[in-house]
Each structure stands twice: as C-alpha cells, then as structure tokens.
Design a protein around this ligand. Structure first.
Ligand code: F6R
Ligand code: MN
Length: 186
C-alpha cells in the first residue's frame, strides 16, 4: 500500500506528515562531543543545539524503503567549536543518503572507514550525496539556523560510536572569524 503524500514547504524545509517524528538535542545531552570540555560545562545544559523532524512512511528497518527528514541546527559555539550534530555511521554501512541545504550555511564533515576526514560547504541549494561507508555530521558555521533536508534508507540505522568513541578525524573551529578544518589530534 502506498502512503498518502506529505508536504514540504520548500522555502524553509518545514515538513508536515502523518505521524511526524521529532527529536531535540540540548547541550547537556551532547556529552563528549565538543573538544573544549570546560567551555561546554560553563554553558546552560538546557540550550537547544538541534532539532530533527522526520517522516517514516514505512516501518523502520524495512529493506528498500526511504525516510525523509529536516534538521535545524542553531547558531552557536562551544569555545571556538561551532554547534553541530553528533554525527553517525549507518548501521548497515553501505547505506547512502542525500542532504540538501535549505537555509543557512555550514560544513558537512565526512569521514571514511580509514579515518580520513574532509568537509563540504553547505549553502542554500547545495545537494550532498553521502556515500555508504561514510560517517556524516552537519556543522552550523553561520549566525542563523541552518536547515537541511535529508533522505535515507529506512533500514540504514544509526551508529553513534563515531561521536562517542574515537571521533571524527577533524573538527570545524572558528579562527579569526572564519571556519577552518583542524585535525582532531592538533
Ligand atoms: C539520517 C541523518 C539525519 C541525522 C540528523 C541528526 O540518517 O543523517 O537525519 O540523523 O541530522 O544528526 P545525528 O543523527 O547525527 O544526531
Ligand atoms: Mn545519516
């Protein structure tokens, strides 16, 4: 049975769908994600860093199905590191994903299995193909919310080991007012 259509406001990415799912991440929930632990502890743990809304037109885990979502990351920094998503691998590693920027500006941080890490510029209209086997995280480097639409396989799953474990191989930090990619060990 084919699900009824949902609605996207293409101007801002807002999503209306039956049974729309949502989650929010506050600073206090993002333990060990940011480099400067002292700066993180000084900030209000109730500060919302990002929200996600998504539509599951088929049950999670369905092979061959797709999900659609919107992520909104607030502007802000922990020390000199910009607000960002936790970042993840897909549990089924070969599952790819599309990200499209609707509003705001940022960097898409990508890491392959070897730990090699790089970043793509995100700006309204940028469309990013995230291949399978590539961990991904969105960083808001602007002064307003960044809004990113996404489409991913319904059996992909999320593995946050990359966020909580060894981490991405590089981070996006603010230096002299501009974002730069800095190797994690630097
Ligand atoms: C789905 C996907 C996005 C992210 C969202 C939040 O596979 O990549 O919908 O889930 O941007 O980021 P995380 O999941 O890393 O907290
Ligand atoms: Mn993903």
């Amino acid at each position: 049975m084919n699900p009824a259509p949902a609605f996207v406001n293409w101007a801002d990415g807002a999503l209306q769908a039956p049974g729309l799912q949502r989650s929010e991440k506050k600073l206090g929930q993002l333990t060990g994600i940011f480099r400067d632990h002292q700066a993180w502890q000084k900030l209000d743990p109730e500060t919302i860093v990002y929200r996600v809304w998504w539509w599951e037109p088929v049950a999670s885990g369905t092979a061959g199905g797709l999900f659609w979502g919107l992520t909104e990351i607030q502007p802000g920094r922990v020390g000199n590191e910009y607000f960002m998503t936790r970042g993840h691998w897909h549990v089924i590693r070969n599952r790819a994903e599309f990200y499209g920027t609707v509003a705001g500006s940022g960097k898409l941080v990508l890491m392959d299995r070897t730990g090699h890490t790089w970043a793509e510029d995100m700006a309204p209209g940028s469309l990013h193909y995230i291949a399978g086997e590539v961990a991904h995280r969105i960083v808001n480097t602007g002064d307003k919310p960044i809004r990113v639409i996404a489409c991913w396989p319904s059996d992909a799953g999320h593995d946050y080991e990359v966020a909580e474990g060894r981490g991405f191989g590089a981070r996006i930090l603010e230096e002299r007012g501009a974002p730069i990619l800095v190797n994690a060990q630097d």
